[in-house]
Ligand binder design. Structure first.
Ligand code: DWN
Length: 393
């Protein structure tokens, strides 16, 4: 495999086996034509970046049927309000603002009184249409050097570009950074949040790795990547979202906060910038897999019934890597109408609505949306069964 940024050869350090499209929820009649790829990960020591080898084309993942809407979590709506308040300091009254991968407009809605100067780019048609319905100016396309040519007035004139859980989805990071460079004003700021490599390693939350997540970033990797383009990571602020994320602040001037230097030092101590930490992670994934498979087998041998809660993208990695299917899990409940009535990618577990969950309660629940545990356990406090997950709840 080749590093997607430097194009130098790197060796995969781990394979998760055959994987389907993480959000490819499907009907029974489509089982036989389901798409699979070999999910391998490698690490480029030059830029300290964990990355997928093979993955489906973006158009196969993000299209008119994309089944994830940011507003499906109340907690995330609140998070985006506070994120919007954080970035206001980079804007003045006439500033232009772009969001990359703006989904249903949850973040940009917080700037609705400035809607002449804001634009979201969202490649999934159904999701973009929902944002447009919510009166958030949205261009239904991928964000790249070609598509930004259509917003001439933003070139070199954009004070703020934001993204959340999106940059790791973009295969051609070189083109992405060129696009950011073409748009940003002289004192412009690029702020983005992504699941953090350090948190993934600490929790062994390997389900953060799937087709859409081509990269898992650290402060060291982001700093090295942007420097190649004369752009500089000037701040990094840890976030609690998605089981541990990092907010990155990038500017043209290299004026690093003391926090960055501290985090980079900590990453060096933990060897997050070297392959050693990946090899330890690989070992921990194998232990975690054995532990969860054994746990489920014990529950089943005791005659317990199990359902899954939230048909997350992440659950596709867990279910397929651990080969957990309908013999173990009766169904997965979820709030998303695009998933309900279909089957989970690869392992084909039926997806049911929340009404079904209330009427068909099982003894145990596998919480696949462990990253939303406070919100979900609070909402479901009447359910007296046993909650578990592969990460500590
Ligand atoms: O990066 C990504 C993140 C931000 O969102 C994308 N690649 C896709 C998606 O990943 P995910 O599916 O793992 O995200 P979540 O937010 O962990 O889970 C969302 C799913 O969980 C939706 O199908 C809705 C469901 N859900 C639910 O059924 N009840 C979520 C909550 C909070 C609930 O209460």
């Amino acid at each position: 495999m080749k590093c997607k940024i430097t194009h130098k050869p790197i060796k995969p350090f781990m394979s998760f086996g055959k994987m389907p499209i993480a959000n490819g929820f499907l009907e029974k009649q489509d089982f036989s034509k389901e798409y699979f790829y070999n999910m391998e990960v490698g690490f480029s020591e030059d830029i300290s970046l964990l990355q997928l080898n093979d993955h489906p084309k973006p158009e196969v993942m993000f299209n008119e049927n994309y089944p994830f809407f940011t507003s499906s979590s109340k907690h995330m709506i609140e998070h985006f309000k506070s994120y919007a308040n954080f970035v206001r300091k980079y804007l003045n009254t006439n500033s232009k603002l772009i969001e990359i991968g703006s989904n249903d407009g949850t973040f940009l809605k917080n700037f609705s009184n400035n809607s002449n100067n804001i634009i979201g780019f969202e490649p999934s048609k159904n999701v973009a249409e929902l944002a447009q319905k919510n009166k958030v100016p949205t261009i239904n396309s991928f964000f790249n050097t070609k598509t930004i040519a259509n917003i001439n007035e933003y070139l070199g004139n954009t004070d703020l570009i934001c993204a959340s859980n999106v940059i790791c989805h973009i295969p051609d990071l070189n083109d992405l950074i060129k696009s950011v460079d073409m748009l940003l004003s002289l004192d412009g700021t690029f702020v983005f949040e992504e699941p953090y490599l350090g948190s993934m390693f600490d929790q062994v939350s390997y389900d953060q790795i799937y087709d859409e997540h081509i990269y898992v970033f650290s402060v060291s990797s982001v700093s090295k990547i942007f420097e190649r383009f004369n752009l500089y990571l000037v701040d990094a602020i840890p976030q609690k979202t998605h089981g541990g994320s990092m907010r990155y602040v990038v500017k043209r001037k290299n004026d690093k906060s003391s926090q960055i230097k501290k985090i980079i030092e900590e990453e060096k101590i933990k060897k997050l910038d070297q392959i050693e930490s990946c090899l330890m992670f690989k070992n921990n994934c194998e232990i975690s897999k054995k532990r969860i498979v054994d746990k489920i087998n014990i529950l089943k041998n005791q005659g317990k019934s199990i359902c899954g809660y939230a048909a997350t993208s992440k659950s596709t990695t867990i279910l397929n890597y651990c080969q957990i299917g309908c013999d173990q899990i009766d169904y997965i409940c979820d709030t998303t109408s695009e998933k309900i009535g279909k089957f989970s990618p690869g392992m084909h577990i039926p997806i049911k609505d929340m009404d079904y969950f209330r009427k068909n309660q099982t003894d145990c629940i596998y919480l696949f949306a462990w990253n939303h545990k406070l919100e979900i356990l609070n909402k479901e406090k009447n359910f007296k069964g046993y909650w578990f997950s592969h990460v500590e709840l």
